[in-house]
Design a protein around this ligand. Structure first.
Ligand code: TYM
Length: 336
């Protein structure tokens, strides 16, 4: 009888868009969990450059951002010998499966996606078909790797649900083909909010740089941004409705220190927001310090980054092409 120790490891997959410098939200909501899960599971992590062209990118800047985000994956501690680290556009199976899955996805389903509705408002001059079909490409990313778990922030939950629906639909129409993925959304950090408007999620595309902390911000910049974070006039550090600014800072602090809200409230009882903000800034600086240091080292080593990407694309293609082949065969395509 097979023992549990011989059972195949679960697969995880996740991606990040190279559409700007990643924020503390990306880090606490996703990247930090990738590192933890990668130690336990078989991981594949990608720079989702195909997703990023749903909004216009400056070519030179885009090229740099792709390379920088790959360096960031190494800087958070992912090991390219263990996990598959790759650039999405270097694995053609993603585009191929996305086209196929477009034909198994309904127009109505895509029209209900809240991110599409938001983005078509913020990019009203460029509501392209790619923006509309974006969740299908994301489903292709996930399903190609037969991922069991997908670590993401709360904003991607709806996209995960559609990926599950597409997988189930295909499995029912033909025969079991895709693993139906589960989202992995951390208890803390799944929705880091803007420092200037804590009702909005922290986002790298926010025009106000004071609203977000970038993972590469210098310590003094982090301190300044946290100092100017919007709070309330009550002056007591406690988690409660109507105190979204403080709730957000408590969430950030909890993620960086491992403390619970109750412990944080106890530690800061009788102290003001000035003391609390200084402690939050310190915790964030210490959390990001090793990432920033390793990033500086990796981002300048272009030859190594190229090697990591090439090896990652090869390994990713092997897994992805296996799934793509099965899918094409089931549909009735004539394979070469
Ligand atoms: P992206 O690039 O916008 O963000 C990368 C990851 O960061 C999370 N995140 C946040 N978490 C907490 N608080 C925030 N303020 C915050 N902002 C972003 C996101 O939830 C995400 O997990 N469509 C995806 C990329 C993608 C993908 C995939 C993800 C492409 N293919 C396949 C998973 C599986 C995106 O735009 O993430």
């Amino acid at each position: 009888m097979e023992t549990t120790t011989n059972a195949p490891k679960k697969r995880i997959l996740s991606c990040i868009q190279p559409s700007g410098i990643p924020t503390l939200g990306n880090y606490l909501g996703a990247l930090k969990n990738w590192k933890t899960l990668a130690d336990e599971f078989d991981g594949a992590f990608a720079v989702a450059d195909l997703h990023a062209i749903t909004v216009r990118q400056d070519p030179a800047q885009f090229r740099k951002q792709i390379s920088d985000v790959l360096a960031l994956l190494l800087a958070i501690g992912l090991d390219p010998e263990k996990s598959i680290l790759f650039i999405q556009s270097q694995v053609p199976a993603h585009s191929q499966l996305a086209w196929i899955l477009n034909c198994y996805t309904q127009f109505g389903e895509m029209s209900r996606m809240t991110q599409f509705k938001d983005k078509s408002q913020s990019h009203a001059d460029n509501v392209n078909v790619g923006l509309f079909a974006y969740p299908v490409l994301m489903a292709a990313d996930i399903l190609l790797y037969q991922a069991d778990l997908v670590p993401v922030g709360a904003d991607q939950k709806q996209h995960l649900e559609i990926a599950r629906d597409i997988a189930q639909r295909f499995n029912t129409l033909y025969s079991p083909t895709f693993t139906v993925p589960e989202p992995y959304i951390g208890k803390q950090g799944a929705r880091v909010m803007s420092l200037q408007d804590p009702l909005k999620k922290m986002s790298k595309s926010d025009p106000n740089p004071k609203s977000y902390i970038s993972v590469f911000d210098a310590p003094d910049v982090i301190s300044k941004k946290i100092k100017s974070a919007v709070t309330d006039s009550e002056g007591s550090v406690r988690f409660a409705d109507g105190k979204e600014g403080i709730n957000n800072l408590m969430g950030i602090y909890a993620c960086c220190t491992g403390l619970t809200n109750a412990q944080i409230e106890a530690d800061f009882a009788g102290k003001g927001y000035g003391d609390f903000k200084a402690a939050v800034a310190e915790a964030v600086i210490e959390e990001l310090r090793p990432v920033r240091e390793r990033y500086t080292q990796y981002s300048t080593d272009k030859a190594y980054l190229k090697e990591v990407a090439a090896q990652g694309a090869e390994r990713a293609s092997r897994v992805a092409n296996r799934t793509l082949g099965k899918v094409m065969k089931k549909i009735g395509f004539v394979l070469p």
